[in-house]
Design a protein around this ligand. Structure first.
Ligand code: GLN
Length: 196
């Protein structure tokens, strides 16, 4: 079974761990560099990106995660996790950093405070039928993306909400809360591909 971590500093760690375990993965809660070194892939959960950023520095995890990303470790970020994978934030709070790796600019809380959360059925060609039932919670948007970035899903108005660039996968929404496991399956395939 692939051995994968969920970055467990803040956010919906359990929901991801459950989906991954149900898919047969060996799941590790990652808080320390030695835990990160023991896994072949990492999920960065949803939560509050500025808090995860801060805690990653407090726990000495910022550098190890950046190293893992530049070594080509498969990483899947949902919502706050997508923000943490982005090279650029349009509107971060002062001093907010990301791990980076995805050549995208994200806008945090892009749907405004009046629409804190919503759900929509998305067409994701890379995953086939049926539609992905996507839950957005104070979600970010991908404002622009470099040429190496594959756009996996857009809203009806064309705004980008799921991307892949090499070993990095990011979604604005939370498949882990709606019983949708195909993004996690894709992530585990990426892990198996790289491990072999
Ligand atoms: N709004 C949060 C942030 O900017 C993300 C919300 C989420 O992960 N559901 O980090």
């Amino acid at each position: 079974a692939p051995r994968v971590g969920v970055l467990a500093l803040q956010g919906d760690v359990r929901e991801h761990a459950r989906v991954l375990a149900d898919l047969g993965a060996d799941v590790v809660a990652v808080r320390r560099p030695d835990e990160l070194a023991s896994v072949d892939g990492l999920v960065i959960p949803g939560g509050e990106s500025s808090v995860i950023d801060k805690l990653s520095r407090t726990f000495g995890m910022r550098h190890p995660v950046r190293e893992a990303i530049s070594d080509g470790m498969p990483v899947y970020g949902t919502c706050a996790g997508l923000i943490l994978l982005a090279d650029r934030i349009a509107d971060g709070i002062v001093g907010q950093q990301t791990f980076g790796g995805l050549d995208v600019t994200v806008q945090r809380n892009a749907f405004g405070s009046q629409v804190d959360s919503f759900e929509v059925d998305l067409d994701v060609p890379a995953l086939g039928a049926p539609h992905v039932h996507a839950v957005f919670i104070r979600a970010p948007l991908v404002l622009d993306a470099g040429d190496a970035v594959e756009r996996l899903a857009t809203l009806d108005d064309g705004r980008v909400v799921a991307v892949r660039q090499g070993a990095l996968l990011g979604t604005s929404f939370h498949p882990e809360v709606s019983g949708e496991d195909r993004f996690h399956r894709l992530f585990l395939d990426m892990v198996r591909e790289r491990v072999r």
